[in-house]
Write a protein that binds this ligand. Sequence first.
Ligand SMILES: [Zn+2]
Ligand SMILES: [Zn+2]
Length: 325
Amino acid sequence: MVLFEPHRPLRLTELPTPGPGTGQVLVRVAACAVCRTDLHVVDGELPNPKLPLVPGHEIVGRIAEAGAGVERFKPGDRVGIPWLGWTCGECNFCRSQRENLCDGARFTGYTLDGGYAEYTLADERFCFSIPDRYSDAETAPLLCAGLIGYRSLVKAGNAQRLGIYGFGAAAHIVAQVARFQGRQVFAFTRPGDTAAQKFALSLGAAWAGDSNAPSPSPLDAAIIFAPAGELVPQALRAVGKGGTVVCGGIHMSDIPSFPYSILWGERTVCSVANLTRRDGEEFLALAPRVPVRTEIQKLPLSAANEALQKLRTGKLQGAAVLMVD
Ligand SMILES: [Zn+2]
Ligand SMILES: [Zn+2]
């Protein structure tokens, strides 16, 4: 299923609303990173997308126009627009610092139009200011791979020996933060993907190997970024007693059944859903201190389908970023 035509990017004159509404900003997109979630959306693996839809939720751009009531930003300001595009502010989740679980939440590039475009509209309350040290292209992957990766890392607790399954955009950022925090990183890649293993070692991983290989030592926690359900029992076998397995993706193939013995010993399996604005503020303050460096491959907006195909076939190192001229 192809949901969009990147050859015809959205133009200002074609916007459904001619300008930003109350509390909204019209943003001229400079760069938008390509996330595995875009692939799940475009492939129809996530329910009820807005249709037709402009994908993309790792957006860096500059405010072109501010709607009535906009207070945080002014025209010309550089902002980042993440996956979480709107929450109700009233449900139990919103009122208990868990807006990532809001029942009425709307998501950029899924239930709201996103950043594979020249312009996009956003609610200013969900936009982030961006640290000066990063270029537009370097920043884009921080906005989902970085943010969700960071939330996944927090869920892993204070694990000293951390396994990461699937060494793509999120993993390459999380590995740097984990090393900065003094943790040991064990990188598990697609079997035989020596390029990804070398990449992991270059970012300070203590060990890198095939995802179907046993861990060289018991792990305190593991984060799974690859959308492959069979990795859950593999990761459970790799973590020691009391260990946590965090599933960091929005979609995963079915998890095969597994013996209770690999969950026994107070091991935990959990998922990470979306992000809160607080995750974003924390991570964007932390990233320049590490400092996180993002490995990017720049492509023009017109190559969006090509970028998605590269991601689908595992041919990307780091993150693909669509550049909008
Ligand atoms: Zn809510
Ligand atoms: Zn994403």
